[in-house]
Design a protein around this ligand. Sequence first.
Ligand SMILES: [Ca+2]
Ligand SMILES: [Ca+2]
Ligand SMILES: [Ca+2]
Ligand SMILES: [Zn+2]
Length: 337
Amino acid sequence: MLTPRSRRNAAFLALVTAAALIPVQAHAATTDPTATVFFPNPVQSSGDQSLTDGKDRDSAALASAYRTVTLTDLDGSGTLTGRYVRVKSETGKPVDGAFHFRRDVDQFEQVMGYYWVTTAQHYLQSLGFGSRLRPVNQRQIELRINQYGGDNSFFREDKANITLGKGGVDDAEDAEVIVHEYGHSVQDGQVPGFGTTLESGSIGEAFSDYLAVAVTSWKTGTPTAAPEACVADWDAVSYTATAPHCLRRLDGTKHYPEDVVGEVHRDGEIWSAALYDIRGRLGDRLASTIIVDAQFDFAKDTTFRAAAEATVAAARRHGGSAAESAVRAAFTARGLI
Ligand SMILES: [Ca+2]
Ligand SMILES: [Ca+2]
Ligand SMILES: [Ca+2]
Ligand SMILES: [Zn+2]
């Protein structure tokens, strides 16, 4: 029997129950927001090597390069703050609640930075890092877009953070530049302070180029209109005269030691060609699993030879003797073992 008091309590409880349900329903109805990005960059997606920066102007020729995607892992604040990256812009207003911009608006690069860093982390997780394998760089990094005058982006090892500049084509308009910088963060996450010498620094540049291609091919499909081995096809239109426009390539013919010139990006092409060869022999998934897992065993001042041996050992762990011989053959072909 319900007394007036218990009837009131029942009514109150019903209200409480309803109130408690509302946020749950609202939360369930909330979907991750959509955003506009390049996928991964206009030259790679269109194959049009004649596209130019045009001083950051948007144009009809670029219309087909935009793609609607979903932003995941956001903290719900409306800003580009999420599990794996927090975007801090030093140019333009910070993004707040809306994520659809074109390239002539500064917020476009902020959205690109958020989306592609998060995508790169998802790629690593898709290989099993953070589940069947140990996590790789599962921390919130900071990504800055600034007016740094030179055409360069860089990784600040003291903070594991990324700065993307705006020289030529804005660096963050090319997913491969973003993921390249994230590659340095990944290596720092695995071996703090990694890359203190010419050879270890070259491995850093090489792995970052490799990751840029692996992540973008994983997300957007193997390019059909541009060479897959070409890194930063869009950013490179500002500083390369010949097509295809590439910052660097993963399929060069450099050989150790006679092609060493003493500069990390150029010498890195010896290492990145070996990584790309491994990927060609074993497929993306096994190759990247081996390559990334091996890096946990690198000294921060590793030599090419020691790193190659660690990668061969990782190949044996993950793919047995067949993978081991494939990886050894790729390094042997470059003179690295
Ligand atoms: Ca721009
Ligand atoms: Ca640039
Ligand atoms: Ca590319
Ligand atoms: Zn780099």
